[in-house]
Ligand binder design. Sequence first.
Ligand SMILES: O=C(O)CCC(=O)C(=O)O
Length: 273
Amino acid sequence: MPLSPQQTQQFEERGWISPIDILSNSEAAQLLEQYTQAEAEFGEHLHSENRNNAHLQFEFLADIVRHDLIIDAARSLVGSDIVLWSTVMFVKEPHSSAFVSWHQDATYMGLEPDNFVTAWLALTPSNPETGCVAVVDGSHRNGRAAHTDLYEPDNILTRGQTISGVDISTTSNLVLAAGQMSLHHPWLIHGSLPNRSSQRRIGLAMQAYMGSDVTPTRGDHHVMHIAGAPIRREFITASAPTGHFETDTATRAAANRALSNVLYDGAELRRKL
Ligand SMILES: O=C(O)CCC(=O)C(=O)O
């Protein structure tokens, strides 16, 4: 179902929409079960230093990123020709100090113009206790903010890129039940606090669904086709998983290498991705 006019207006004015129902309770439980099983079986391919682009290796995640309701929502914002740039599994273990510093997604992505949107799907409840995503309402309208790379060990972001001076008392929490999704604008300032609960907080960030006018400003970009016109030649096609483990591992590894080069462009240090 496309977004309503009220939802698209909220996106324009506030930079986010939440919550949006995507999966039923039983579908969400099944997705969590599939993810947990994949972690147990293929631990080397799904852990805190290997959490990018898992949708290129695991079919159940490739199916989710092409879920009709998610595509409909993305289409309402970026148009009908859509590719997916990458995904990140944002996992916070119970009572862990992992956090995400205040940042804007578009800062390090090497893409222009900003006709793209991040979708964040909750596999487990995401709320203030579990460390949900919080946003600075309307901050996307102020353009690019200065970031400093802090590389704190508990910061989940690659370079620990941080916008200073965000007053947490003014942020809005995007509270989601498992199976619900939020959408945020590439210039919206957002982050998240540690998980103080006794359950895992797991989200799949589809980062980002891009419209047909978006082009790279630097680096190689491996993208998956989602809807409409074929992938343009400015991008490298990342095929959906084939079910052949070696092929899918290689596809994901190539995409992650290119992604790492883009995200760390100009950085003094590199962490493992
Ligand atoms: O999962 C989180 O806590 C942060 C997610 C995030 O930064 C993003 O989806 O862009």
